[in-house]
Write a new protein. Structure first.
Length: 201
């Protein structure tokens, strides 16, 4: 396929089978050692029971210059059921997944796909607002703004049955003078002081 057709095909797969996520996480081992370990993971995942489809996704990603890891296969256990002929089936269905989570490749990919997306346009914009600010940081400490983006994405995806635990994650943010850092300056770190917000290289 031509480059344009590859992009259109992949955008359709992302709209139908893809998942865009922005999730706060922490390393318990680092936290137990008394250090702050909160980070936000942005990712695009595509999973399907068809290995051929997921393999094609990976091939198209490679053609677009987007690095991605290996395809992992997982099993989604379901209840055993009995067919009308008396045969018992396990119901376990395997599915395959490919993930793009490195910030620079993910940002590049989203900008390429954005004009062709329909269902996932709003979610892509939320991820890009995070990636545009953080892509050049080798080490980035999440802020209130980042947690609010995580919350907005969850609500956009209709996951209101399990509310985003904002208070839990805010308590893990880096603080200065007892206050969480609200944001980070372009190309620098921002620190809240008693006189206001000060940017330092």
């Amino acid at each position: 396929m031509s480059l344009e057709r590859n992009i259109g095909w992949l955008a359709g797969v992302v709209d139908g089978e893809g998942s865009l996520s922005l999730s706060p996480r922490y390393d318990r081992r680092v936290t137990d050692a008394g250090r702050q370990s909160l980070y936000v993971r942005a990712a695009l995942e595509i999973e399907n029971t068809s290995e051929a489809l997921v393999q094609k996704v990976r091939t198209v990603l490679n053609s677009l210059g987007v690095a991605n890891g290996h395809i992992c296969k997982t099993f989604m256990p379901t209840k055993r059921f009995q067919a009308t002929d008396g045969t018992v089936h396990s119901g376990d269905k395997g599915y395959h997944r490919v993930t793009v989570s490195a910030r620079k490749p993910l940002r590049t990919l989203l900008y390429v796909l954005l004009p062709e997306l329909t269902v996932k346009v709003a979610a892509a914009h939320l991820l890009l607002s995070f990636l545009d600010r953080t892509v050049d940081y080798t080490s980035y400490r999440p802020t209130l703004v980042d947690l609010e983006l995580c919350q907005q994405l969850r609500e956009l995806q209709g996951r209101r049955e399990k509310p985003f635990p904002m208070d839990q994650w805010v308590s893990r943010l880096r603080t200065v003078d007892g206050e969480p850092i609200p944001c980070q300056a372009e190309g620098s770190m921002q620190y809240r002081t008693s006189e206001g917000v000060e940017a330092r290289p």
